[in-house]
Each structure stands twice: as structure tokens, then as C-alpha cells.
Design a protein around this ligand. Structure first.
Ligand code: ATP
Ligand code: MG
Length: 247
């Protein structure tokens, strides 16, 4: 089943007299349980695509369906709920609230909905366990390492068991070892829990964890590599493709 279906998606930004076509008739579908990476030169439209998928911005043309439902049909309140409950977001800079503990940060989408931590104890414990932070539940972000903070952000993204998780450079601010731990965690969430992830990255090693690497250039999807070669070869193939597109 396709969790995400994108048809002829375009986005044009108007800047006074100048218009920038950030996305140009993008077609894409992502299946449940799939881990897709999006790569491409700076300005190729990756973040724009992710913003539209998460309902953070509206397309100029085309259609996005999440679990069969066209996003364009949703009103503002419904879009707010979609972003809170059905889509998980992971960012480069973790975006945790500094005064909340790890478990409160994980529970934040529930707290916003008016639930207490106690009412969802089991779910929060399960998420702490998945991301390996059961013994750090009371730590505030400034008492956690970067990698641990990102694991809190990942647990939070999954608190509502979302249909899709969108990640923009989730390892961009981490050292190599912490980054690989995060990627292994995301890979396992897809393999073992059926999570569906779309991740933007500049790093061929990060992209090699994905089932598919989709390459963008000038707002279009121009290439795709499937994960079938041994990992080391995959990293090289991704690297070469990126070099070619960056010219
Ligand atoms: N809010 C905006 N208003 C006007 N133009 C924009 C806006 N956001 C993005 N753009 C333009 O759209 C194009 C795509 O931008 P986008 O941020 O999607 O690129 P990207 O692939 O994420 O790049 P990077 O790798 O540098 O993050 C760029 O030419 C950019 O200048
Ligand atoms: Mg970007």
C-alpha cells in the first residue's frame, strides 16, 4: 500500500517580479515500511518537498495523498492535527524544549492534546526503550549528548505512531558515530515496526541506509538508486551520482 502518493507536484515561489520554480511536476510514491532518502545539490528543492509533504506549506499545483487522503481537502485545523498526529518530524537541530525532561519532550504532542504523562506511561516507556534512553528519562536536553537529544526527538516523532516520518538532515549536526547510531535506529524502526521514513541528507553514508535514494535537480526527480548492492558499493554509487548532479 502506498502511504504517500505525489502527483505532478509543483511549487513556485514569487519574489517580486522573479519566480522560482522550486518543484517541477514531481511524481513519487512511498510504500508502508519504506525508508527513502532524498539527495541533490543545494537549492534543488529537497526541503521544499519535505515541507509540502508535512503540510507546512501548500503546493502551487499537483496533489499529495497521505494514506489515500488528499491534503488539499483539509482545512487549517485539520492540517494542524495532521502535523501533530499523523506526521512525525525530525530536524537537524533536534528542536527539543530546554526546560522539559526527555520523557516530557517525547510526550509533548500528547501533552498538547491535553493528556498527562501518566495516562500514556506505557507508550512513553516503550519509546524510551526503543531509543535506548530508559535510564535518561529525567534528563533535560542540556544534560544529554547530541545523539541522545536526537533520539529523544525521534521518539517524539513516533509518539502518535504516525503514517510517515519526515527527517531533514537528522544526522547533520552529529559526529559520525552518533550519526550511525541514529541511522541504525531509523533503519530498525522501518524493518521491525513498519515505520515509513522520508529523509533528506547530503551524506552518501546516511543515504546508504535507505531502501531507495531519490536524486533531485532543479526541482525535479532525476534519478533513483535502490538498495541492492553491498553497502560500501552503494555509498560509492550514491557519491558518484551526487557528484555528477552537482557538476
Ligand atoms: N520561502 C521561499 N521563498 C522564495 N524562494 C524559496 C523559498 N524557499 C526556497 N526557495 C527557493 O527554492 C529553491 C529550492 O529550495 P530548497 O530549500 O527546497 O532547496 P534544498 O534542496 O533544500 O537546498 P539545501 O540543500 O541547500 O538545503 C531554491 O532556489 C530556493 O532559493
Ligand atoms: Mg534544504
Amino acid at each position: 500500500m502506498s502511504v504517500l502518493e505525489i502527483k505532478a507536484l509543483s511549487k513556485t515561489y514569487l519574489m517580486g517580479a522573479v519566480s522560482v520554480r522550486a518543484l517541477d511536476r514531481v511524481e513519487l510514491s512511498v510504500e508502508k515500511g519504506e525508508f527513502a532518502a532524498i539527495m541533490g545539490p543545494s537549492g534543488s528543492g529537497k526541503s521544499t518537498l519535505l515541507h509540502l509533504l508535512g503540510g507546512l506549506d501548500a503546493p502551487s499545483d499537483g496533489e499529495i495523498r497521505l494514506a489515500g487522503q488528499p491534503l488539499a481537502r483539509l482545512n487549517d485545523d485539520e492540517l494542524t492535527l495532521l502535523r501533530r498526529r499523523r506526521v512525525g518530524f525530525i530536524f537537524q537541530f533536534f528542536n527539543l524544549l530546554p526546560t522539559l525532561s526527555a520523557e516530557e519532550n517525547i510526550a509533548l504532542p500528547l501533552l498538547i492534546d491535553g493528556y498527562t504523562l501518566a495516562a500514556h506511561r506505557e507508550r512513553i516507556d516503550q519509546l524510551l526503550d526503543w531509543v535506548g534512553l530508559s535510564d535518561r528519562r529525567s534528563h533535560r536536553p542540556d544534560q544529554l549528548s547530541g545523539g541522545q537529544q536526537q533520539r529523544v526527538a525521534i521518539a517524539r516523532a513516533f509518539v502518535h505512531d504516525p503514517e510517515i516520518v519526515l527527517a531533514d538532515e537528522p544526522t547533520g549536526n552529529l559526529d559520525r558515530k552518533s550519526g550511525q547510531a541514529i541511522l541504525t535506529l531509523l533503519r530498525n524502526l522501518c524493518d521491525e515496526r513498519g515505520a515509513t521514513i522520508v529523509m533528506v541528507t547530503h551524506d552518501p553514508l546516511a543515504a546508504s541506509y535507505a531502501d531507495r535514494v531519490i536524486f533531485m535537480q532543479d526541482g525535479r526527480l532525476v534519478q533513483e538508486l535502490r538498495r541492492e548492492v553491498p553497502p560500501a558499493l552503494q555509498v560509492q554509487a550514491i557519491h558518484d551520482m551526487l557528484q555528477k548532479l552537482e557538476g
